[in-house]
Design a protein around this ligand. Structure first.
Ligand SMILES: [Zn+2]
Length: 214
């Protein structure tokens, strides 16, 4: 069976299981959407927004592109933002990068002549790397350098989003958060929170639960 066919078979199974476990699920989905969160993430196949946050269809309004970049000059991301803020009136915008990002890595390497579109997309990342050249050069390990630039980039997208008139001048401006996902352990680290005085989320297992075999 070819892969697309297998995906269609899986779709039938998923639709059946979902309807069986919650008869109102699809009628509810068909009524309309009211997600409270806009997710701006990387296109990387390993960071699917719903899966890594245990979310369901209807929970997240999602925009993904190479290296989770935001630019007011990009009509694609701006149209998503406009709809999210003005129509859906989301409460939160989450920029989620990830460690080991290929787009970020590419911005630290010579441009590939085979990838003119990618090169254009990641040009702002190359400029960001230039601006932080001193800090990045002090990171000896190449992978760690990519990871640090991925963090700096998330913070840069958060800053740009907060400054965008669409967000800044909204009647109830959404909170903008900056997160980064670790491929090595599946955990998300908060780099910037939209809440004042927010504390980091820590879900380390309680010793009592551990001894109870949980
Ligand atoms: Zn990526």
């Amino acid at each position: 069976m070819n892969r697309p066919k297998r995906m269609l078979v899986e779709n039938i199974a998923w639709a059946r299981e979902t309807a069986d476990s919650d008869h109102a699920f699809f009628p509810r989905l068909a009524e309309g959407q009211s997600p409270r969160v806009l997710w701006i993430g990387c296109s990387d196949s390993r960071v699917p927004a719903e899966t890594v946050t245990n979310a369901n269809p209807g929970d997240l309004f999602v925009h993904r592109n190479i290296a989770n970049l935001f630019s007011p000059a990009d009509d694609n991301v701006m149209s998503v933002l406009e709809y999210a803020v003005r129509v859906l009136k989301v409460d939160d915008i989450i920029v989620c990068g990830h460690y080991g990002c290929g787009g970020v890595r590419a911005s630290l390497l010579p441009a590939s002549p085979d990838l003119p579109h990618v090169n254009r997309r990641i040009a702002p990342l190359c400029a960001l790397a230039q601006r932080h050249r001193g800090e990045l050069e002090r990171v000896a390990d190449a992978d760690e350098r990519v990871n640090r630039l991925a963090e700096l980039s998330v913070l840069e997208q958060v800053r740009a989003l907060r400054e965008t008139p669409l967000v800044r001048d909204a009647n109830a401006p959404p909170r903008v958060h900056g997160w980064i996902f670790g491929l090595h352990d599946g955990r998300i680290k908060v780099l910037a929170t939209g809440y004042p005085d927010d504390q980091p989320v820590l879900f380390e297992p309680e010793p009592a639960l551990e001894t109870a075999g949980r």
